[in-house]
Design a protein around this ligand. Structure first.
Ligand code: DGY
Length: 319
């Protein structure tokens, strides 16, 4: 039997590429250049499976392309807002993702952004790098301590929990959260509130942990307007979960104190108005970016592919 034909849309770590090259008739992307919509549509006709990631937009017209051959999409990423899941289900394409292996790494970055935002890390570092530091001062560069402050988690899934656990147990924060279902088995103290509004208005720091991909942002201008003027917003989930324009306005007008963002609405484009702000720490979507985790994500995608072609249950099937 010929090996299944698999396209890997972006460069993966060495051990993952070696494994896929051994097991499949694989085409890799050594240049790591993102694929265009027409590259992806052509790939849908030529391969048995795709191994894409969060930068590949597999929308309804791409998944519905005439003459489609792809039967399986093994996404490298826990989030799959880049894939039109309803269409995949309708046309019978199996989709998998890579949960769990990136939970701690992403929660670490959320914690880093909570600290960076509340301690004004970017503004202080910029002052030093730009030669504006006049020496130690008792009263300059004062941030806000997070001990005993309230962390509001929106979305108490795996990464929300891991972030809350770090904040509660490591940094003495009090946790409130919004989650559609009741979050059972929390091993730290946390109070579930009845609405996103309640979390936004009570928290000193809000951290977003929802999947994204909805038609409209879950966190609206009204939610942002309900935050304390002294509060910070952190997002390590998806840029389209927050009304980015409203967030920029609130930050620029000092209606909230600051933000820490690892994700943006139309990556990799980041508006100048956001890049100019000193009260924001901006990272280029690195939540899961460690050598170990990116290899584990790729290996889990490969496990899903193997299970699909062996006719077995997938370790992490989405549809
Ligand atoms: C994910 O897995 O969804 C991240 O955003 C990319 O690592």
């Amino acid at each position: 039997m010929p090996k299944p034909k698999v396209l890997v849309t972006r460069k993966l770590t060495g051990p993952v590429e070696d494994r896929l090259a051994g097991d499949y008739d694989v085409v890799l992307n050594p240049s790591d250049r993102p694929m265009t919509a027409s590259d992806l549509a052509a790939a849908m006709r030529s391969y048995d499976a795709l191994v894409p990631t969060v930068s590949d937009q597999l929308n309804s017209s791409c998944l519905n392309v005439d003459g489609r051959r792809v039967r399986m999409i093994a996404n490298v990423g826990v989030g799959y807002s880049n894939i039109d899941i309803d269409t995949a289900r309708d046309v019978g394409i199996v989709v998998s993702n890579t949960p769990d292996v990136l939970t701690d790494a992403t929660a670490d970055i959320a914690m880093m952004l909570i600290l960076a935002a509340s301690r004004g890390a970017y503004a202080a570092e910029a002052k030093l790098r730009e030669g504006r530091w006049a020496g130690f001062s008792v009263v300059d560069d004062l941030g806000t301590g997070i001990q005993d402050k309230v962390l509001g988690i929106v979305g108490m899934g795996r990464i929300g929990r891991a972030t809350a656990r770090r904040a509660a147990m490591g940094f003495g924060m009090r946790i409130v959260f919004y989650n559609r279902s009741s979050a059972e088995d929390l091993d730290f103290e946390a109070e579930r509130l009845g609405s996103i509004d309640a979390v936004m208005s009570q928290a000193d720091v809000v951290s977003i942990h929802v999947p994204g991909g909805g038609a409209n942002p879950l966190i609206t201008a009204k939610h942002i307007a309900g935050m304390k003027p002294s509060a910070y917003l952190v997002n390590t989930a998806r840029g389209d979960s927050v009304d980015q324009a409203a967030l920029i306005e609130a930050l620029a007008e000092g209606r909230i104190a600051g933000a820490g963002l690892d994700v943006f609405e139309n990556e990799p484009s980041v508006p100048d108005a956001l890049r100019r702000l000193r009260n924001v720490t901006l990272l280029p979507h690195i939540g899961s970016a460690t050598e170990e985790v990116r290899t584990a994500m790729g290996m889990l995608a490969a496990d899903n592919l193997d299970a699909f072609f062996a006719g077995e249950n997938l370790p992490s099937r989405v549809v």
